[in-house]
Design a protein around this ligand. Structure first.
Ligand code: GDG
Length: 520
């Protein structure tokens, strides 16, 4: 255990000026480890920011405590970063995580009111756990720290910190969509949640429509007015509501994909394809990702294009299981497995399985190499905050012979990635037609589209995103923050992610996942 008072001093300070540390709060926290393989882009970007300022990454350990008394904060320091995590009781996990976060907020934010499971006990647990986190975090907080809270699990954290007297600058980033008021208003304790947002100094969303939806929610609830400087005043506090589209590090991912041509698994897959075109889908097993619609579209494509069936175009769907303890996820797991069986039964042959369906998570290198191998990337969520797979697929392509991205209009990424083939994922026939078009697309058009897409990624890399968010939260100069994130030779490549839920790279979804608490 390390005493936080001994923490490394911030390095991002001009002479004579003190800069507070960065405190990142998220449901799950990466486990510090030396020499581990590169973690997902987001974790790397946040660790870079933490390295620069020095700071604390705070959240749930992913483990269950025997009882409320054994929820001590465990701290481990690696260089300038301290990882501070607490266990939660079985009941906390059930109510806060499986319950309110994943059975109320997740479905409602993804426009699935039909899947929302309203339970007063879960709601009460959600606010209780956030209060618990706030009490723990308050013990670590210094007056000049800035706090950056991530995602829907922790919306009330700033409000709870304020109640305990925190005066720090606190920002929030919402990784998933924010729905229009008519949908959002179905959330239990809706007004309390809206009020909780007003404790932040900045509320960040993935896209302009999401930010607008959120603003409309406040205004329609009669809780807010827009100030002359563009900020919102609600429940007696003024704060900024802004869109910060998250991204990846396109150059690092491109390099990873180039190097992965030598990856043994990628080589095996290439050999097994025997020259056939590959269509790839990569998603956590989640009903928001539109996997059954996508499989239906792939079947419709094979049916409508006998020449594709003859050429034995093959689809690879990589789908690590996720949140299996939640009943709605167990259901989608069964539905997808049935759809896979039906498709292969219908179109397959003795020597051809049209759809390869994998539930285990891949290593990041293999994943990058498989994207590069594919002629078509199918990213067709029914709703998605951003969708980093779409961005990774593009970054992984060979500029000389790039694959084609088919992208849902309902992914946040579609706002920026206009040169993809944009589809309505509910329209199975139209998606099938887009697959056919992508498979047959001439090289020159593929190159042109890819250049435009890659240009969009370069204009807004993950570092740029982190710098924009941080400068808004801290009220600092954006260019200066960005240039400080990666001073020469300082790229952070350590840290593995303890669990992928919900916005981290899914590499550890399998064995590293915490033991689930059984639903009552
Ligand atoms: C949430 C929002 C938003 C997946 N399978 C494997 C693997 N992955 C990695 C992908 C990608 C990440 O997981 C998934 O990111 P997405 O953005 O696609 O989706 P969510 O997990 O739902 O994330 C989303 C995101 O937060 C960030 O703000 O974009 O809208 O829902 O990086 O590569 N990685 C490895 N093996 C796998 O099998 N290594």
């Amino acid at each position: 255990m390390v005493n936080l008072d001994l923490l490394y001093k911030p390095v991002f300070a001009r002479a004579g000026e003190s800069v507070g540390r960065l405190i990142v709060a998220s449901n799950r926290v990466p486990a510090p480890s030396n020499g581990a393989p590169a973690a997902g882009g987001l974790a790397v970007a946040l660790q870079s920011a933490l390295h620069v300022r020095g700071g604390v990454w705070f959240g749930w350990s992913g483990k269950t405590a025997a009882d409320a008394e054994s929820r001590e904060t465990q701290k481990r320091t690696q260089g300038p970063i301290t990882f501070a995590v607490s266990d939660l009781t079985r009941r906390d996990v059930e109510d806060y995580y499986h319950g309110f976060a994943n059975r109320v907020l997740w479905p409602i934010c993804h426009y699935r009111l039909d899947l929302a499971h309203m339970s007063e006990r879960h709601a009460e647990g959600y606010f209780r756990v956030n209060e618990f986190f706030a009490r723990r975090l308050m013990k670590l907080l210094r007056p000049d720290d800035i706090v950056w809270v991530h995602d829907y699990h922790m919306i009330p954290l700033a409000d709870e910190l304020r109640k305990l007297g925190a005066k720090n600058r606190i920002g929030y980033f919402h990784h998933i969509p924010w729905p229009a008021p008519a949908t959002a208003a179905a959330t239990p304790h809706y007004r309390r949640l809206l009020r909780a947002f007003s404790a932040y100094d900045v509320a960040g969303f993935q896209t302009r429509p999401d930010a607008d939806n959120f603003r409309d929610c406040l205004i329609e609830a009669g809780a807010a007015r827009v100030l002359a400087d563009g900020r919102i005043e609600a429940f007696g506090r003024a704060f900024e509501v802004e869109a910060f589209p998250i991204s990846i590090d396109p150059e690092a991912f491109a390099l990873e994909a180039r190097l992965a041509e030598r990856n043994a698994l990628v080589k095996r897959v290439r050999a097994s394809l025997e020259g056939r075109d590959l269509v790839i889908g990569v998603d956590r097993l989640d009903y928001s990702k539109g996997i059954t619609h996508r499989l239906e579209a792939f079947g419709a494509f094979l049916e409508a294009c006998p020449e594709a069936a003859k050429a034995r175009v093959t689809m690879l769907q990589i789908t690590p299981k996720s949140r299996s303890e939640v009943p709605e996820y167990a259901r989608i797991e069964r539905e997808v497995a049935e759809a896979v069986g039906a498709l292969n039964g219908r179109f397959g042959d003795l020597d051809w399985t049209p759809l390869r369906y994998i539930n285990k998570p891949m290593g990041q290198s293999a994943l990058a190499g498989l994207y590069r191998l594919a002629r078509v990337g199918l990213v067709t969520p029914l709703r998605d905050g951003m969708n980093l797979v779409a961005k990774e697929f593009v970054a992984a392509q060979s500029p000389e012979d790039p694959g084609v991205l088919v992208l849902s209009q309902f992914a946040g990424a579609a706002q920026e990635m206009k040169a993809a083939l944009i589809v309505n994922p509910y329209d199975v026939k139209a998606t099938a037609a887009a697959i056919a078009r992508a498979v047959a697309m001439p090289l020159e058009e593929r190159r042109e589209r890819w250049r435009e897409l890659m240009g969009a990624l370069r204009d807004n890399s993950i570092d740029h995103w982190a710098a924009r968010c941080l400068s808004a939260i801290a009220g600092e100069d954006e260019a200066e923050v960005e240039s400080s994130l990666h001073p020469a030779g300082s790229i952070v490549r350590s840290g593995t992610i303890a669990d992928a839920e919900p916005w981290f790279c899914a590499q550890d979804l399998g064995s590293a996942r915490p033991k689930p608490a059984r639903p009552n």
